[in-house]
Design a binder for this molecule. Structure first.
Ligand SMILES: Nc1ncnc2c1ncn2[C@@H]1O[C@H](COP(=O)(O)OP(=O)(O)O)[C@@H](O)[C@H]1O
Ligand SMILES: [Mg+2]
Length: 302
């Protein structure tokens, strides 16, 4: 089996999957999988009638792999999506699909779809200008969580304690770039500084962990220094995470759940979740499971 991971070490603020890339390589070698990590800009797309067996990589024609794994996460640009769609049009299996990656990149669209199926979610609003802070107070209350529409690793997430702080923050957005989409989310106090991450493979929960933020932070991202511990997969957690991944059509997913007085609320869903945290607190081999899933899914056992 032959596969390509589409990934570039980002020069912006997005994830540095050094651990993940090393683990993918290690496990591929053990399982006799020819794996290459190729940055998106290495590809040239020629959409044509006929020849659907090759693709241009660094200007040279190459035979198609059996699968691709796009790992650009929230750093997925139009260009990256175009490449993934190109592979799909050539009949290459993309883990995950371009449509699902595009969908979860948008935190509001994600919640709209979850809400349609009445999954538990925090209430959410899209910021518009002129900005009406009183309306936010009526609709969501304070404190309120401010998020860029796509983001990862907790880097575009802020807490506005009161009306004045929120008005200041939104004013900053307006002067810097009023084309930036910002969403507001009801703050879930029980979940302050802790949440659950469910790792999904093949649409099924593989493992769950609790993440606890460092003292003073409300964001429980592993990359923000959270500590992690294994958490049991209850029937309820399995059901919510499975539904969320199914509605997004994600084969691989990281589902974030907030602790709420009535159970859990879906915070967001990720298409290229890191797995250093989950492998550190569980006896689990994520890339091995992903490759096994791919072998069964594609029917390739050599
Ligand atoms: N509505 C909320 N209430 C309480 N905590 C939240 C809320 N939204 C996010 N958080 C905290 O902030 C973290 C990052 O938010 P998230 O939406 O998952 O952004 P990212 O895509 O950057 O991971 C979450 O893991 C959680 O700990
Ligand atoms: Mg998150």
């Amino acid at each position: 089996m032959k596969g390509w991971i589409i990934y570039r070490k980002p020069h912006t603020h997005f994830s540095e999957d050094v651990y993940e890339m090393r683990r993918f390589r290690e496990e591929a070698a053990k399982d006799n999988i020819e794996l290459e990590i190729i940055p998106p800009e290495a590809f040239d797309l020629t959409i044509r009638h006929g020849d659907k067996k090759t693709i241009l990589v660094n200007g040279k024609k190459r035979e198609l792999p059996d699968f691709i794994i796009p790992r650009m996460g929230a750093g997925t640009t139009y260009f990256v999506l175009a490449i993934v769609r190109h592979f799909e049009s050539l009949g290459v299996h993309s883990l995950n699909s371009s449509a699902s990656i595009e969908l979860v990149k948008d935190k509001l669209f994600t919640q709209q779809i979850l809400s349609k199926s009445n999954l538990p979610i925090p209430d959410m609003m899209l910021v518009k200008f002129p900005f009406n802070v009183d309306l936010v107070e009526d609709e969501l209350g304070f404190p309120v969580v401010v998020k860029t529409i796509s983001g990862a690793q907790g880097k575009g997430v802020f807490l506005a304690e009161n009306k004045e702080k929120l008005a200041d923050m939104i004013q900053l957005v307006e002067v810097v770039d009023d084309q930036t989409n910002v969403v507001l989310q009801q703050y879930i106090p029980l979940s302050r500084g802790r949440d659950l991450r469910v790792f999904m493979i093949g649409g099924k929960p593989a493992a769950c962990m609790e993440r606890v933020a460092p003292e003073g932070s409300f964001k429980a991202n592993f990359s923000q220094g959270a500590t992690v511990k294994a958490h049991p997969l209850s029937h309820e957690i399995e059901w919510i995470a499975t539904e969320a991944a199914r509605l997004m059509d994600l084969e691989i997913a990281g589902v974030d759940l907030l602790f709420d007085e009535n159970g859990f609320k879906v915070c967001e869903v990720n298409s290229a979740p890191g797995f250093r945290g989950i492998e550190s607190c569980h006896d689990i081999n994520i890339p091995k499971m992903i490759f096994r899933y791919l072998r069964v899914r594609l029917g390739i056992f050599n």
